[in-house]
Write a protein that binds this ligand. Structure first.
Ligand code: GAL
Length: 414
């Protein structure tokens, strides 16, 4: 007689526990040194809440492979709890009717007050939150090894003219001027920084956000393409196929002088124990000091059936925006917090510059979405333009004028 109530209590306790602990499967592509450390922060946060972390990492910088895998999982009715999805793709997934409405949580935690409005709007579908943001990456950066610059008698460039002077000096000193990984998204990342630097923020918006045909066909775009192709002359012959973090490692080791890359590169320097301002230096990409290409990593949340998993998903979304997580994650990731009003005491000068420029450029209209990182145009259009940019980078027989013609056509892709 006495064992039955005891067993009953035990069963009840187990039921409570399993109602609280859920599985949280998260798709991302954070597999490099700095990225993996940042992802580990998320895992630890969820485990502390008692949930089971199911890592769904699909390697491949920029996330193209991850997106392909995600599509097949969702189509087969087996979506993860959350997936790293950004920009207009959030709307594309929401239109499929597969994302969860997070408004109850967002209202309770006042997301509208915690986030810059322009960013919050992109996380909503028909006025309801369907994704939670983790950070703000700046894409228009140049990273350099100060020792290598010194050896070459070069200085960190602030204009494209200075860039080529520095590149020439590095080359003469026997150092690879530009660390590059020849993968289409890296070519595209370089391209957008050249476009911003050569043409300015208004040109960038017209050409690469509004896809204005006249601007795409105009003389400024021709100059952008010429400048972009000139950069290639300062990369090494082993660049094709190289991962971005291996390119960063070349700058870390002083084999290469400079890298044009978003501030996830800083995560690599930091993970290698390097100190900003001493072992490596950062600056806005040439000609872009007064503009900012933003790339906001966010997690879109998929509809789930299991209530314990739904609870875990809510906890994930809530944790992502907590001040503690925003700090620890972004210190590792190289980005800055997306949540407004947080202290940046623990962040380095590159992050502080990023935060100041984010606010300043939002006021002047020079805060622009990164096309290379899925923030500016629909994914099909982005893919078509990215292909042309890479073909031009790789095919030395294609003239800038030919590339320009193809760009105009690609921009019409819907
Ligand atoms: C970006 C992403 C970053 C970083 C980078 C390289 O698209 O937003 O978080 O992971 O790719 O993988």
């Amino acid at each position: 007689m006495t064992t039955i109530p005891r067993l009953g209590a035990l069963a009840l306790a187990c039921a409570c526990l399993s109602a609280r602990a859920g599985d949280v499967e998260v798709l991302h592509w954070w597999t490099s040194g700095g990225e993996a450390k940042a992802a580990a922060e998320l895992k630890a946060t969820m485990q502390k809440k008692g949930h089971v972390w199911k890592d769904f990492a699909v390697a491949g910088g920029g996330g193209d492979s991850a997106m392909t895998v995600l599509k097949s999982r969702v189509v087969s009715g087996n979506a993860p709890a959350a997936a790293q999805i950004k920009g207009p793709s959030i709307q594309e997934w929401a239109r499929e009717g597969v994302l969860a409405n997070m408004d109850t949580l967002a209202k309770a935690e006042k997301w509208d007050e915690l986030l810059p409005k322009a960013i919050a709007d992109g996380l909503k579908y028909k006025g309801s939150y369907v994704a939670a943001p983790v950070n703000v990456h700046r894409v228009n950066w140049i990273w350099a090894n100060p020792e290598a610059l010194k050896k070459a008698g070069a200085k960190l460039p602030t204009t494209w003219d200075e860039f080529f002077v520095a590149a020439e000096a590095l080359k003469k000193a026997g150092i690879i001027p530009v660390a590059h990984g020849g993968q289409n998204w890296q070519d595209f990342t370089t391209f957008e920084s050249v476009a911003l630097g050569v043409g300015g923020a208004d040109f960038y918006k017209k050409a690469l956000v509004q896809l204005d045909a006249a601007t795409l066909q105009g003389p400024t775009m021709l100059k952008v393409l010429e400048t972009f192709k000139k950069v290639k002359g300062y990369t090494d012959k082993n660049a094709p196929g190289r991962d971005w973090n291996l390119a960063t490692a070349m700058v870390i080791k002083g084999e290469a002088g400079m890298q044009l890359m978003g501030d996830w590169a800083k995560g690599e320097f930091v993970a290698a124990g390097k100190v900003p301002g001493k072992d490596f230096v950062c600056a806005a990409a040439p000609g872009t000091a007064k503009s900012f290409t933003y790339n906001v990593d966010s997690f879109a949340l998929f509809q789930l059936k299991n209530t314990a998993n739904q609870k875990a998903q809510q906890d994930l979304a809530s944790a992502i925006l907590s001040p503690e997580f925003q700090e620890s994650f972004n210190l590792n990731k190289g980005s800055i917090p997306v949540r407004l009003g947080l202290k940046l005491d623990k962040f380095d000068d590159c992050a502080k510059l990023s935060a100041a420029d984010f606010v300043a450029t939002a006021k002047t209209g020079a805060l622009v979405p990164s096309i290379a990182h899925g923030m500016a145009v629909p994914s099909a259009t982005e893919g078509a333009i990215k292909d042309v940019v890479s073909q031009f980078w790789n095919d030395d027989k294609m003239s800038p004028a030919q590339a320009q013609g193809r760009l105009v056509t690609a921009a019409r892709t819907k």
